[in-house]
Design a protein around this ligand. Structure first.
Ligand code: 5AD
Ligand code: SF4
Length: 438
């Protein structure tokens, strides 16, 4: 028997959707009367909201669980949530006896009941995937910083051969229009100035009336206190004309697009089951740029997919040169149990992957520096998100998602006008423009 927990701590790993889920779990536990503890050490209940996308993520979870043991040998109530919970299920409680709760990403609305079960001394496991029912069971959003995440779509039907997402998050499902609009309104009422619409394939969002993501974006843009809209992550094959046009027509839609291509080799893309080639991706980028010339392009790249040759890798570097990224994420291929690529022949040696990753990241870094340098001298708005490290310094985001450092008396949540004065690979510095009094 455990005493019913009075305090909790949620630790989220991985993608922005996990950050969103972690916030929702915290709200749910808060609504049950539990209070948020400052850290895991001070909490009666610790939720590890895990990620399964790369590396030995499952192994890492077991060491994280081990670290929750306190000096006196006791452990808090432990819940493993997220994609490792989905993938490993009951194996987790078999291997880690101190785990009380295993809850998948589609079942976490049941967390309060499961906590009660665990407090009564029974282990609780739920990795069911009832599409969308969790959203109906979550409390209305009440507390919010200036920049908020809103999940509109979950799951993936694309089955790229390296990826676990279709297995851990399930099939593509779109939340209904009204649910999304209600949550956006609640976020606006709670103080959000910026909303980032989230989905594993966010641009595949649709409803029974055939509306698309751009329709949602337009409706949210009509909310007066929302100043900025973003969305992530998109798939090249779901980049509809309407969404591209929204980058031209909707002022509140920020000039930033995260659009992964993964590889610059058609042969590798085919083996990845990406169902697009490099030329069509580059053409798409041209169309987006025609609609919004200053748009910042981000992407994801995998090096060392099974069978990737030196020539394939060079083709990836060529594609990156052709795109010209503002930023991009890159990863060494990591075989995921149960995915087709994990059993393909010709796995690339670690040392080769290391070398390729370094070269790719050096190129992306050059491009990020160039992108930031090209914004020097621009006057733009910055949404202030938090205090910087130095006294008087504030940190915010430009429309192009650059991290902007300013010396400013502005408060978190203010939109300030600045001139960008210098830049590095990861951030830019700016000076605040003093607005003439009205
Ligand atoms: N190995 C390496 N990278 C991966 N990604 C997804 N699965 C794997 C894997 N098995 C990367 C892709 C994806 C991003 C979220 O993670 O680039 O776009
Ligand atoms: Fe994974 Fe591919 Fe789906 Fe993205 S599109 S979540 S990489 S399977």
């Amino acid at each position: 028997m455990n005493a019913p927990p009075k305090s909790f701590h949620v630790k989220s790993f991985g993608c922005q959707m996990n950050v969103y889920d972690g916030e929702r779990m915290a709200e749910l536990l808060g609504a049950e009367g539990m209070v948020a503890a400052a850290d895991a050490g001070a909490a009666d209940l610790v939720v590890l909201n895990t990620c399964h996308i790369r590396e030995k993520a499952a192994e890492k979870v077991y060491s994280d669980i081990g670290r929750l043991r306190r000096d006196d040998g006791s452990t808090p109530m432990i819940a493993v949530a997220g994609c490792v919970a989905q993938a490993e299920g009951a194996e987790i409680t078999r291997r880690a006896k101190s785990v009380d709760i295993v809850v998948g990403p589609q079942a976490y609305h049941r967390l309060p009941e499961m906590v009660a079960e665990a407090a009564a001394g029974r282990r609780a496991l739920d990795t069911d995937m009832p599409a969308l029912s969790k959203f109906d069971a979550l409390p209305r959003r009440r507390k919010q910083g200036p920049s908020a995440f809103l999940t509109v779509q979950e799951g993936c039907d694309k089955f790229c051969t390296y990826c676990v997402v279709p297995y851990t998050r399930g099939a593509e499902v779109s939340r209904p229009w009204d649910a999304v609009i209600d949550e956006a309104k609640a976020l606006a009422d709670a103080g959000a100035r910026e909303i980032t619409l989230l989905g594993q394939n966010v641009n595949a969002w649709t409803d029974e009336r055939g509306r698309g993501l751009h329709d949602l974006i337009e409706a949210i843009a009509a909310m007066p206190t929302i100043a900025r809209i973003r969305y992530t992550t998109s798939h090249p094959n779901d980049m509809a004309d309407g969404l591209i046009a929204a980058h031209r027509d909707v002022e509140k839609l920020m000039p930033f697009l995260h659009l992964p291509v993964q590889s610059g080799s058609d042969r590798v893309l085919k083996a990845m089951n990406r169902s697009h080639d490099v030329a069509s991706y580059l053409k798409l980028i041209d169309r987006v740029r025609a609609a919004r010339p200053d748009i910042a392009i981000s992407g994801d790249y995998i090096v060392g997919f099974p069978g990737e040759t030196d020539a394939d890798f060079e083709a990836t570097l060529d594609a990156i040169r052709a795109v010209g990224h503002a930023q991009a994420f890159s990863f060494k291929y990591s075989p995921r149990p149960g995915t087709p690529a994990a059993t393909m022949g010709d796995q690339v040696p670690e040392a080769v992957m290391d070398e390729r990753l370094q070269r790719l990241q050096a190129l992306v870094r050059e491009q990020a520096i160039a992108f930031n340098a090209a914004t020097i001298g621009r006057t733009t708005d910055v949404l202030v998100e938090r205090k910087g490290k130095l006294p008087g310094q504030m940190l915010g985001k430009s429309p192009w998602l650059q991290s902007v450092l300013i010396d400013s008396a502005a408060k978190v949540g203010d939109m300030v006008e600045v001139e960008i004065v210098s830049g590095g690979p990861n951030s830019v510095q700016a000076v605040e423009r003093v607005r003439a009094a009205a």
